[in-house]
Design a protein around this ligand. Sequence first.
Ligand code: GTP
Ligand code: MG
Length: 148
Amino acid sequence: KEVTFIMVKPDGVQRGLVGEIIKRFESRGFQLVGCKMMSPSKEHLEKHYADLKSKSFFPGLIKYMSSGPVVAMAWQGKSVVKTGRAMLGATNPLESNPGTIRGDFCIDIGRNICHGSDSVESGKHEVELWFGEKTEDYSLCTESMIYE
Ligand code: GTP
Ligand code: MG
């Protein structure tokens, strides 16, 4: 089953958008299989963002991401990685379409309120990195109403 790692970043938590973001994924029909509020260490964030290490904005990104608690989530469903990214909107909120999470709720690229895995591979990898083996294995009783 396809999983993606979705995180409400510190600005999203501070701005009271946790419920809104969860609501959109739930309403769409995706299944929540992991959820926790936590304050990730800088070391953990450096692992999560390892591919961005050489970027000039990297130190600022780590500072921002460790400025307060985040809500880490694992979501499951058909095409949840690609669809999740579409629901988040473009990385730069000024380029995100209205109707997307970033397009509706934020302005700056360095304060873009949420994270979503960018490939099926990184979805698996990031869920493993943030949750280990501790995601839930269950089926929704509405499954036959969501999937043909
Ligand atoms: P995530 O879902 O958060 O991973 O965003 P993304 O996959 O759309 O973008 P990417 O992985 O390339 O960058 C990760 C995060 O770094 C972004 O979400 C931004 O918060 C931040 N970031 C990316 N590019 C820039 C930039 O040019 N300037 C600043 N200040 N931050 C950036
Ligand atoms: Mg990314």
